[in-house]
Design a protein around this ligand. Structure first.
Ligand code: CA
Ligand code: CA
Length: 135
């Protein structure tokens, strides 16, 4: 058993943790099927990058959802990315990256999942992990 990371519980859009401008380090998938939801507000129009990095024994899948301003829930799925690159021997390629032009005063939900087959190993001292940055 692995302890939940500091962002738990964040398994639904309703319980998403706010991204407040600095990278969220130390995310883990502490149990099979763990998913992590993050909500981010973008004040200015930008070419925004949503990215998992510092991949440690995980293989992230990143989903970007619209924010439904009238309900506060997630809107439509805008983009999905599994691997940011295809170099098999580079574990950081198992991270995910979405680059998107976003308008001013917009908000988004980010969902991060671990690809099947990379559940936590109870014999490993730490659960599979990653960090998240949005810039
Ligand atoms: Ca987690
Ligand atoms: Ca979670």
């Amino acid at each position: 058993m692995h302890a939940p990371d500091a962002y738990e519980s964040d398994n639904t859009a309703t319980t998403a943790k706010a991204y407040v401008g600095t990278p969220q380090t130390g995310h883990t998938f502490h149990e099979v099927g763990d998913v992590d939801w993050v909500v981010v507000y973008v004040p200015n129009a930008a070419q925004a990058t949503f990215e998992t990095y510092n991949i440690q024994g995980s293989d992230t899948i990143l989903d970007l959802y619209a924010y439904n301003a009238s309900t506060g829930a997630q809107g439509s799925l805008l983009a999905t990315n599994d691997n940011k690159c295809t170099v098999v021997t580079d574990v950081n390629c198992r991270g995910s990256k979405i680059v998107r032009s976003v308008p001013a005063q917009s908000a988004f939900f980010v969902r991060v999942r671990n690809k099947a087959g990379y559940g936590p190993n109870p014999y490993e001292p730490t659960a599979p992990g990653y960090s998240l940055r949005i810039f």
